[in-house]
Ligand binder design. Structure first.
Ligand code: SAH
Ligand code: MG
Length: 210
């Protein structure tokens, strides 16, 4: 990864460890099929810098989808709450200003296109095949399975599916990302090509039945 972009990625706010971020970047850089990238769950833009660096090099677009109101675990009183990310005027989380600053400072505004909205709403009108999909949105059962149903059918054959926060041992974290990872494997449509921390990298080998 370009050292300057790596420095921006490492300095960005978020919950993506460096080794997993580098694995994201490497998976994105190795994509062989045509098409844009899309991530579900951008927060302050950390993963978008790792993925966007590879997108920029190959002249692709990365769609960075987030309603920027935070997941359940980002709300007041939860483990991953960051109080300065609340917009006091509306008393809700708003990570969009920080996200925009992150992408600007990294020099990725020509590559990373923010989609600001609810994942299933955007997905309901989506039809472009994706060369890469990164799922890191809501981690509750409903949102995680819905993101799977909404977005995984759009991954092109030969394209890459990445899922974050996959914890086979329940002691390490919540189940839903692990459950959708198992769904991908059990569908017979994906083969696993990488494991780094809680990041799983899969490649579509059979076209979608969904
Ligand atoms: N990938 C990010 C972390 C994402 S945190 C990083 O590298 O730092 C999860 C994000 O998912 C939050 O920003 C939250 O706003 C978003 N999210 C949760 N549910 C969503 C939904 N239904 N639609 C759009 N975004 C959602
Ligand atoms: Mg995550």
């Amino acid at each position: 990864m370009d050292p300057e972009l790596l420095a921006h990625a490492e300095a960005a706010r978020g919950f993506m460890p460096s080794d997993e971020g580098l694995a994201l970047n490497a998976a994105a850089a190795a994509v062989e099929v045509d098409g844009p990238f899309l991530e579900v769950g951008s927060y302050c833009g950390k993963s978008a810098v790792y993925l966007g660096a590879a997108a920029q090099r190959s002249g692709r677009v990365l769609f960075a989808l987030d309603h920027h109101r935070g997941s359940e675990e980002n709300q007041v009183g939860w483990e991953h709450h960051e109080a300065d990310l609340v917009d006091p005027a509306v008393a809700k989380m708003d990570t969009l200003p920080v996200f925009r600053r992150t992408i600007h400072d990294a020099g990725l505004e020509d590559t990373v296109v923010a989609l600001v909205g609810d994942s299933p709403t955007v997905g309901s009108v989506w039809s472009t095949p994706l060369a890469l999909l990164f799922i890191d949105g809501g981690h509750g059962s409903e949102p995680a399975h819905r993101d799977y149903d909404t977005w995984v059918p759009h991954v092109a054959v030969g394209g890459i599916l990445l899922i974050h926060d996959v914890f086979p041992d329940p002691a390490d974290g919540g189940r839903p990302p692990y459950e959708i990872y198992l769904r991908a494997l059990e569908s017979g449509e994906f083969e696993e090509v990488g494991v780094t921390g809680s990041l799983r990298t899969l490649r579509r080998i059979v076209s979608s039945s969904g």
